[in-house]
Design a protein around this ligand. Structure first.
Ligand code: PMP
Length: 396
């Protein structure tokens, strides 16, 4: 059976964390994995999540329904859609998922089942390292649209590739905080992108792993989604993750949604989502859903969560500034202004593979081989060390 099986190399970003954990040097820095760290470099259990955990401590271990915890699904969908007609008219299908990855997976499965003629999926180049694998594993032909050039979103190249891409494609859009570049389209650019997507009858899948985490405000981060759905009245999928926004990484709590044209279509898509969920995970995990549900449904905890989002996003923003100022102070060759222009958890440094290797071997600094750094891995006590190391490798 296994004679022709071929070894598949491990996922690169998980290897970076493995290397970091195995390193015993006290100066080591992990800017690889996209996980939030507090000012002491430690994982942060959000105060809102602590409050929610007290409420759900005795929630038990029974199976959830196939589509997940209803009180969680409704409130999580409301976060995104609350002021849209699609929501008030009952045109949104929802299903609890295994975090953002599971949401994308269910979206892809459900789209294939709903419409077997869907063949191509458009992603950006670069993008989150799992998009290509995920959509090609579902049988989509994946096409990459160029996205980034020297510190910024390459709008002209992206638009040219979008116009040339096959009509009727599924298109994956980062709602905000584009991973890995940290460069989002402006509102004007979003409008042009949306017009072409509508003209070409493409189906948008909004990968929304950072809603609220990016700016500290869910509504602001969901602007593009609502523009497509409310202004252009387009059908779309929104794939939510509460890994970053609630720090519930390992609980695998997310939501897949389809905003559709009618209540009947929403009913059909709900049935298809249940069907593909049943075939893959049967029923989703209960604990993360209970926690996220309690955060969203308990007014005083929801208020605390709003504050927690601001705490996380403002720490990331101020760390960006510190890193930039430090590089300026050192006179590090090159233009580093993109570090403060980019948003979200990541910064795209643009340094070479040799420089990345030197950072690791000489300075015990671990980052993705794309040169992406997770700003949240930096803090008061290591940002100067990190900037000095960058300065050294850039000069050599
Ligand atoms: N999409 C993007 C763009 C991401 O950055 C991530 C997390 N790194 C995800 C989806 C999915 O993450 P999770 O499955 O942990 O929610």
């Amino acid at each position: 059976v296994f004679a022709s099986a071929e070894y598949i190399p491990p996922d690169a970003i998980f290897e970076v964390t493995k290397g970091f954990l195995a390193d015993s040097d006290p100066r080591k820095v992990n800017v690889g994995a996209g996980t939030y760290r507090d000012e002491n470099g430690k994982p942060w259990v959000l105060p809102s999540v602590r409050m929610a955990k007290e409420i759900v401590a005795n929630c038990g271990h029974e199976y959830l329904p196939i589509a997940g915890l209803k009180t969680f699904r409704d409130k999580a969908a409301e976060l995104v859609f609350h002021d849209t007609k699609a929501w008030s008219e009952g045109r949104v299908a929802t299903c609890q998922s295994l975090s953002g990855t599971g949401a994308l997976h269910l979206a892809g499965l459900a789209l294939k089942k709903a419409n077997p003629t869907l063949k191509t999926a458009l992603i950006t180049e670069p993008t989150w390292s799992n998009h290509d694998l995920l959509f090609s594993s579902l049988g989509f032909e994946v096409i990459k649209l160029p996205y980034y050039k020297t510190g910024a979103f390459d709008f002209p190249s992206y638009m040219a590739a979008l116009r040339a891409a096959p009509s009727g494609s599924v298109i994956v859009l980062h709602s905000c905080a584009h991973n890995p570049t940290g460069c989002d389209p402006s509102k004007e650019q979003w409008k042009e992108i949306a017009t072409v997507i509508a003209e070409k009858s493409m189906f948008p899948v909004f990968d929304s792993a950072y809603l609220g985490f990016n700016s500290g405000n869910v509504d602001e981060d969901a602007w593009a989604i609502r523009y497509f759905i409310e202004e252009l009245k387009m059908e779309a999928s929104v794939c939510l993750s509460f890994a970053k926004s609630m720090g519930l990484y390992g609980e695998r709590i997310g939501l897949v949604t389809f905003s559709t044209g009618s209540q009947d279509t929403a009913r059909v898509m709900n049935s298809i989502l249940e069907n593909v969920q049943r075939a893959t995970v049967s029923t989703p995990p209960v604990y993360g859903a209970q926690i996220a549900g309690a955060v969203l449904n308990t007014p005083e905890i929801a208020k605390q969560w709003a504050q927690d989002l601001i705490t996380m996003s403002s720490r990331v923003q101020s760390t960006r500034r510190k890193l930039y100022e430090e590089l300026l102070r050192l006179g590090t060759p090159g233009d580093w202004s993109h570090i403060v222009k980019q948003s979200g958890m990541f910064g795209y440094t643009g340094i070479s593979p040799a420089q990345i290797k030197e950072l690791q071997l000489k300075y015990h600094i671990y980052m993705a081989d794309t040169s992406r750094i997770s700003i949240a891995g930096l803090n008061e006590s290591n940002v100067e060390y990190f900037a000095q190391a960058m300065d050294h490798v850039v000069r050599t």
